[in-house]
Design a protein around this ligand. Structure first.
Ligand code: FAD
Ligand code: SF4
Length: 1018
C-alpha cells in the first residue's frame, strides 16, 4: 500500500488476520522500521509468526524499498516525523514500535517524544543514539559500495552468522540494490553520526533489546553501554542476546525473535500441566470443604477422560436428542476443550436447567431459562438452514462460526428470532457456558489459577510476589504443607444456629426483624441489648463459614439471592452474585467490605446540584454511628484518610490491609496524573481484634474470596459481629424462614408476621416489625401485601451505582485472587471540577476470581472461542479499577410485581433500570480517567465492563408522607408499628459504598425506637 504521509509517498504493508476475523480490537499493533538498506519485506519472516495474533504494519522508510526518495529530509528527526505521521494515519492508540539497526535509532528518537499509545519499544541490534562507532575509512568504503552487487554480497556475509535461505538472500540483495542513493549517503554521512544520546532518558516505555551474540556491526557490548545502560527513565529494560546470530536477527532467527517479542509484550500465562490441580488437592493447602467441592466436579471430568466411560452416551434430561446435538456443536465452537480437557458443557447445562437452578435474574426480554434455551437452539438451527440449507451440526466449523457470528450480531435470519432477542440470548448462553467451563478445575489449571490453595492464606500478595511454596510451573513438584503448620483459628461464628433463646409463636415479641444483613442485624443487636424480645426471620440458612465455605465460586453461589428477578430497561442491572445475598448475614456475607463514610454533601444532592433529593438527615445525625461502627467492626484504614471532612473523626482502629497487585498498579497509574490514593477503609481485620461479647476475631489471611464468603471470620459480615452479640443478648434468629404476609388488626397495626419454613406456614405475634429485606424484597413484600403505600412511592426511585469497571492486563504477575479484592481507593473524583454531571464517584482497585472474570468478559465483549481462551490465559496478569458513581432517581426506574410467579406462588419482581443523561456523562468521564490510569500503569488489552452495582431506593425516607414511605426514623408513615431499615430507604445513592451508612441508619433507627419505647410510645 502507498499513501502520501508527511509530504512523501510512503509504502507499507498492513497484515493481521486475527484482528479482522475476530473483531478483537484490543491486541496491540506492531509497527516495524527496517535496517539500513532493507525494506518492509525484511520483516516478512517475523510478520508470518506474529500476524496470526497481532496486526503488523511495516514501513518502507523514505528512500528505501518502494517508498519515494526525496532529495533531502533524511535526518533521524525526519524519519521520526514519518513514523509519527504513519501512526496518526492509522489512528493507532495501542502500539509497539520495533526498530532494527537504523530503524532502532529512529524508533528511539520517536519514543523519546513520549507519544500517546506507544506501549513498548523493541530494539533489534539498534544503532545507538550516539554516533555509530565506525571509522571514516569504513564509512567511505560503504558510501562507495552503493549499488554494487559484489559489495552487497560481501555485506550480507558480514552481517549474518550463517547463510540465509536462498529466497531471503535474494530479498536482502534486492532491497540493498534498490535503495536510493540520497538515503544511502544521508545515513552513512549524517544519520548514523548524529548524536542524539540526550534523548535516551526521555524514553519511558518498557524496552526490549535483542542483540546477536556474534554481531560485528553493532556489537552487544556497544548496545549494552550506549543504549541499555542509558535508559534511565523506563521501569523495564530487558536485553537478550541471541546465540548464533549476527546483525540480521529477524531473518537469521525469526522464531527466537518472535518468541522474545511475544514474551515481552504479552502477560505470561502461568499455565500448569494437566493433573496439577489434582496434585494440589492432595495437599493441606486446600481446605477440606474446598477439596470436597472440587473433587466432586473433577469426578465428572474423570468419567469423560476414562476410555471405559467416555464413550457411554449421555442421555439429555431436558433437551431432545436433536437439540442436545446442536448444543454440543455450539459448545465446541464457543468454548472448545483446550488441550486435553474433557469438560462436557452441554451435559452440565442440560442438568442445571432440568433442576431449574437459576442465578438470581434474567433479562426481562427473554423467556424463562428452559424455554429460552430450547427456542434458542431451534433458532440457531433455523439460521444455519437459512444461510447454508443444512442443520447446524452438519456444517463445517467455519460455517458454524459464521452462523454464531450472525446470531451474535443480533439480526440473524430465522422465524424464532422474531420473538427471541438474538443478542441477549447469545450473551446468556455464552455466559452460562463460560461460567461452567472456568468453574472446572482442569480449565482453571490452564490459566494458572491456584486460588483454591488458600488454606494458609497468602502473604506474598504484591506484584510479582509468590509464596515460597507457591507453584510456579508444575504443581506436582511442590512440597506438601503439613496441617500442623497452618494457622489455627477460632471463629466465633462456626456453629450453625448457636444456642439461643426461643420465643413461642404466640408470645408477642417486641420486634420481628425481617432480614439479617447490613440493615437488619445492627438494629437487632441494639434492640436485644436494650432488653427487648427480638425474633429475626431470615430466608437463608445459618452458615458455618469455617467448615462450609469453600474457596470455589460455584460452591459458594448458594450465598447469592438466586430467586429469579426480571431485569428490564436499557441498562438492565444484574442481580444474583452482583447484588444480593441470602443467609444469616445477608449481602454482607459476600460484600467486599469497603466502608467509606458518606460525606456531608452526599446527603444534600438537591441543594448542591438542583437534582434528586436531599436526605431528611445530616452528616451530624450519622456521625456518632459511623464513629461507633468503625470501632465495633474493626475497620482497617489509613492513619489519615485524605478525603476526611470531619475534623472530629477518630482514626481507624486498625492499620490498613496490605496492597495487592491491582492496588499497587492503580497506585502506579494514578501518581503521574496527580490523583491521590489511599489504602481503602475496609471492614476486614488487618490484625486480630477483640470483639466484646464475641471474643477474638482472626486477622485477614488475604485469601481474596470476600465476595464469596470469608471462612476466616476476618471480614465484618454481620454473622460474625452483630448477630452473635444479638443472640447473646437474647435475640432469636430463625433461619430458612421466608416471610410472605403481614396480619393487621382493625386499627391497621401489624399483629403477626407470616412466614414459611420447610413448606409449613407459621405466624409470629409481635408488637413491631422491622422490615430489612433489602431494596428488592422489601418493596416486593409491601406491594404483595398492599401495605405502606399511600404515597405511591413503594418500588419507586430504584437506583444502582454506576459501577463501570476498566480491566487491563499487565506484564507483571498480578494474581488477582490474592488479597482483599478492594485494596486502594481514591475519592479525588468525589466532586470533580468542570464536569457536566451532578454528583461524583470514587475509584477502587479490584481483584477478581476466574469464573466472575470470565462471565464478565463474555457479557462485556461477547468473546468466544480462541480469543476468549487466549485472553483468559492472561488471567494472572489482570487487574481492574471500578467506580461507584452517583445515580439519580428517575420515574422510569422502578420495581413492580410481574405476572410470573416463583416457586412459592409469589409474583416475581421486575426491576426497570436505565441510565439517564447524568449517569451516562459520569460514566464517560470515569471511563476516560480509568483508561488513562491504566495506560500510565502499563496496561494492555484494556476493556470496559459496563455495570451497575448495589440496589438502592424503592422505599424512600423523607419528611413528608406525600412523597416518602418512611420518616427519618425509618418508621412507616402509614403503619406506625412498621419500620424499614435497609438499602431501600436511601433517598439518594451517595457517591460511596452503602453498607456503613445502612448500618449507621439501622443503629439510629433502633435508638430512636428505644427512645420512643421508653416514653411509652411503642
Ligand atoms: C458482591 C457484593 C459486594 C459488595 N461490596 C460492598 C462493599 O464493599 N461495601 C459496601 O458498602 N457495600 C457492598 N455491597 C453492598 C452491601 O452488601 C449491601 O448494600 C448491603 O448488604 C445491603 O443491606 P440490606 O440490609 O439492604 O440488604 P441485605 O444485606 O441483602 O439483607 C437482606 C436480607 O433479607 C433477607 N430476606 C429477603 N427477603 C426475605 C423474606 N421475604 N423473608 C426473610 N428474609 C428475607 C435476605 O435473605 C437477606 O439476608 C456489596 C454487595 C455485593 C453483592
Ligand atoms: S476478609 Fe476477604 S481476603 Fe480476608 S480472609 Fe476474609 S475472605 Fe479472605
Amino acid at each position: 500500500m502507498d499513501e502520501q504521509i508527511n509530504g512523501v509517498r510512503l509504502h507499507f504493508t498492513d497484515t493481521g488476520t486475527y484482528t479482522a476475523a475476530h473483531a478483537f480490537p484490543n491486541v496491540p499493533t506492531f509497527v516495524f522500521l527496517h535496517y539500513f538498506g532493507g525494506s518492509s519485506l525484511s520483516w516478512q519472516p517475523l510478520i508470518d509468526r506474529l500476524s496470526p495474533r497481532y496486526r503488523c504494519i511495516a514501513l518502507d522508510m523514505r528512500g528505501f524499498g518502494d517508498s519515494e526518495a526525496p532529495a533531502t529530509g533524511y535526518a533521524v528527526a525526519d524519519y521520526a516525523d514519518d513514523v509519527a505521521a504513519l501512526i496518526e494515519h492509522f489512528h493507532l492508540t495501542d502500539f509497539t514500535l520495533v526498530g532494527h539497526s537504523m530503524g532502532g535509532k529512529v524508533a528511539m528518537a520517536y519514543a523519546a517524544r513520549q507519544p500517546a499509545g506507544l506501549r513498548e519499544l523493541i530494539l533489534i541490534a539498534p544503532s545507538p543514539l550516539s554516533p555509530e562507532p565506525i571509522s571514516d575509512d569504513e564509512r567511505q568504503h560503504a558510501v562507495e559500495a552503493y549499488g554494487q552487487r559484489a559489495a552487497a554480497e560481501q555485506t550480507l556475509r558480514t552481517i549474518t552468522a550463517r547463510p540465509l535461505p536462498a529466497e531471503l538472500q535474494a530479498r536482502v540483495m534486492d532491497d540493498n540494490l534498490r535503495s536510493s542513493q540520497a538515503a544511502w549517503r544521508a545515513w552513512l554521512e549524517h544519520g548514523s553520526r548524529e548524536d542524539l544520546s540526550t534523548l535516551l532518558p526521555q524514553i519511558s516505555v518498557p524496552v526490549l533489546i535483542l542483540s546477536g551474540e556474534v554481531d560485528k556491526t553493532i556489537k552487544p557490548d556497544v548496545i549494552q553501554r550506549e543504549v541499555a545502560a542509558r535508559l534511565s527513565s523506563t521501569w523495564r529494560v530487558q536485553m537478550i542476546m541471541l546465540p548464533d546470530a549476527a546483525h540480521l536477527l529477524p531473518l537469521e532467527s525469526p522464531d527466537a525473535v518472535a518468541d522474545a517479542i511475544r514474551h515481552f509484550v504479552n502477560p505470561q500465562p502461568n499455565r500448569y500441566p494437566a493433573g496439577s490441580v489434582r496434585a494440589l488437592l492432595t495437599t493441606d493447602l486446600v481446605t477440606p470443604q474446598t477439596r470436597r467441592a472440587l473433587t466432586e466436579r473433577l469426578e465428572n471430568t474423570e468419567r469423560l477422560e476414562s476410555p471405559a466411560t467416555s464413550s457411554l452416551p449421555v442421555a439429555p434430561q431436558l433437551f431432545t436428542p436433536a437439540e442436545f446435538d446442536t448444543l454440543r456443536a455450539i459448545c465446541a465452537r464457543l468454548l472448545p476443550n483446550a488441550q486435553d480437557l474433557h469438560i462436557d458443557l452441554a451435559a452440565q447445562l442440560d442438568a442445571r436447567l432440568q433442576i431449574g437452578k437459576g442465578n438470581g435474574w434474567r433479562y426481562d426480554v427473554l423467556p424463562p431459562d428452559q424455554e429460552a434455551h430450547q427456542r434458542g437452539l431451534q433458532a440457531v438451527d433455523e439460521t444455519a438452514q437459512a444461510l447454508y440449507k443444512q442443520s447446524f451440526v452438519a456444517l463445517d466449523t467455519s460455517q458454524q462460526d459464521a452462523v454464531l457470528r450472525t446470531v451474535q450480531s443480533g439480526a440473524p435470519p430465522g422465524a424464532t428470532w422474531k420473538t427471541l432477542p438474538a443478542k441477549r440470548y447469545f450473551e446468556e448462553l455464552l455466559a452460562e457456558l463460560a461460567e461452567c467451563y472456568y468453574s472446572d478445575p482442569t480449565a482453571q489449571e490452564t490459566i494458572g489459577y491456584v486460588g483454591m490453595a488458600d488454606a494458609a492464606g497468602w502473604s506474598a500478595i504484591g506484584l510479582n510476589q509468590l509464596e515460597a511454596w507457591e507453584p510456579r510451573h508444575n504443581i506436582e513438584t511442590i512440597p506438601n504443607i503439613s496441617a500442623a503448620s497452618l494457622p489455627t483459628r477460632q471463629i466465633a461464628s462456626d456453629q450453625a444456629a448457636p444456642p439461643m433463646r426461643h420465643y413461642t409463636l404466640d408470645e408477642v415479641v417486641d420486634a420481628v426483624v425481617i432480614g439479617t444483613g447490613a440493615g437488619g442485624a445492627p438494629l437487632m443487636a441494639r434492640l436485644a441489648a436494650a432488653g427487648m424480645r427480638v425474633v429475626a426471620l431470615e430466608a437463608g440458612k445459618f452458615w458455618k463459614p469455617q467448615s462450609e465455605f469453600a474457596t470455589d465460586e460455584r460452591a459458594q453461589s448458594a450465598l447469592y439471592w438466586n430467586d429469579e428477578r426480571l431485569s428490564a430497561g436499557t441498562d438492565a442491572t444484574a442481580f444474583g452474585n452482583n447484588n444480593s445475598g441470602v443467609g444469616v448475614g445477608g449481602s454482607t456475607l459476600h460484600y467486599t467490605a469497603y466502608t467509606p463514610r458518606a460525606h456531608a454533601d452526599d446527603l444534600r444532592l438537591h441543594s448542591e446540584f438542583g437534582v434528586g433529593v436531599d436526605w431528611p438527615l445530616s452528616y451530624a445525625d450519622l456521625k456518632p454511628y459511623y464513629d461507633e461502627l468503625e470501632r465495633y467492626l474493626g475497620v482497617s484504614g489509613p492513619a489519615a484518610y485524605p478525603w476526611n471532612d470531619d475534623a472530629a473523626r477518630p482514626s481507624y482502629p486498625l492499620a490498613p490491609l496490605p496492597l495487592n497487585g491491582a492496588a499497587q498498579l492503580m497506585q502506579r497509574g494514578c501518581e503521574p496524573l496527580g490523583i491521590r490514593t489511599s489504602p481503602a477503609p475496609n471492614a476486614a481485620l488487618s490484625a486480630r481484634y477483640y470483639q466484646p461479647g464475641v471474643g477474638w476475631r482472626e486477622a485477614c489471611t488475604n485469601r481474596g474470596f470476600c465476595q464469596a464468603g470469608c471462612s476466616v471470620g476476618a471480614k465484618a459480615s454481620t454473622d460474625v459481629t452483630f448477630i452473635p452479640n444479638a443472640i447473646q443478648d437474647g435475640a432469636e434468629v430463625r433461619a430458612e424462614c421466608f416471610v410472605t404476609q403481614f396480619v393487621r388488626d382493625s386499627s391497621g397495626q401489624i399483629t403477626h408476621v407470616v412466614y414459611i419454613k420447610e413448606g409449613v406456614e407459621y405466624r409470629q405475634a409481635c408488637r413491631t416489625v422491622f422490615l430489612c429485606a433489602g431494596a428488592v424484597e422489601t418493596p416486593r413484600l409491601l406491594l404483595i401485601n398492599g401495605l405502606a403505600n399511600s404515597s405511591g412511592q413503594v418500588g419507586k426511585n430504584f437506583m444502582a451505582h454506576v459501577g463501570l469497571q476498566i480491566w487491563g492486563q499487565f506484564h507483571e504477575d498480578v494474581r488477582p485472587y490474592k488479597g482483599i479484592p478492594g485494596g486502594l481507593i481514591s475519592e479525588d473524583t468525589h466532586r470533580p471540577k468542570g464536569v457536566d454531571f451532578a454528583g461524583g464517584y470514587l475509584l477502587q482497585s479490584i481483584g477478581v476470581m476466574p469464573v466472575t472474570y470470565a462471565s464478565q468478559l463474555v457479557r462485556g465483549r461477547l468473546l468466544w472461542g480462541e480469543p476468549l481462551q487466549d485472553h483468559m490465559l492472561g488471567y494472572n496478569h489482570t487487574a481492574g479499577i471500578n467506580i461507584l458513581g452517583e445515580c439519580l432517581p428517575y420515574p422510569g426506574n422502578y420495581l413492580e410485581l410481574s405476572n410470573e410467579h416463583d416457586a412459592r406462588g409469589l409474583p416475581k419482581p421486575r426491576i426497570h433500570f436505565s441510565y439517564g443523561e447524568n449517569e451516562r456523562r459520569l460514566e464517560s468521564h470515569a471511563d476516560l480517567l480509568m483508561r488513562a490510569i491504566w495506560s500510565n500503569a502499563g496496561a494492555r488489552e484494556v476493556w470496559a465492563f459496563h455495570r451497575s452495582a448495589h440496589i438502592i431506593g424503592t422505599c424512600r425516607m423523607g419528611s413528608h408522607s406525600a412523597d416518602a414511605v418512611v420518616n427519618p426514623d425509618g418508621r412507616s408513615f402509614d403503619i406506625p408499628n412498621l419500620y424499614i431499615a435497609d438499602n431501600s430507604i436511601f433517598p439518594s445513592a451517595l457517591s460511596v459504598n452503602p453498607a456503613l451508612t445502612i448500618m449507621a441508619l439501622s443503629l439510629r433507627t433502633a435508638d430512636r425506637f428505644i427512645e420512643h419505647a421508653k416514653q411509652g410510645n411503642m
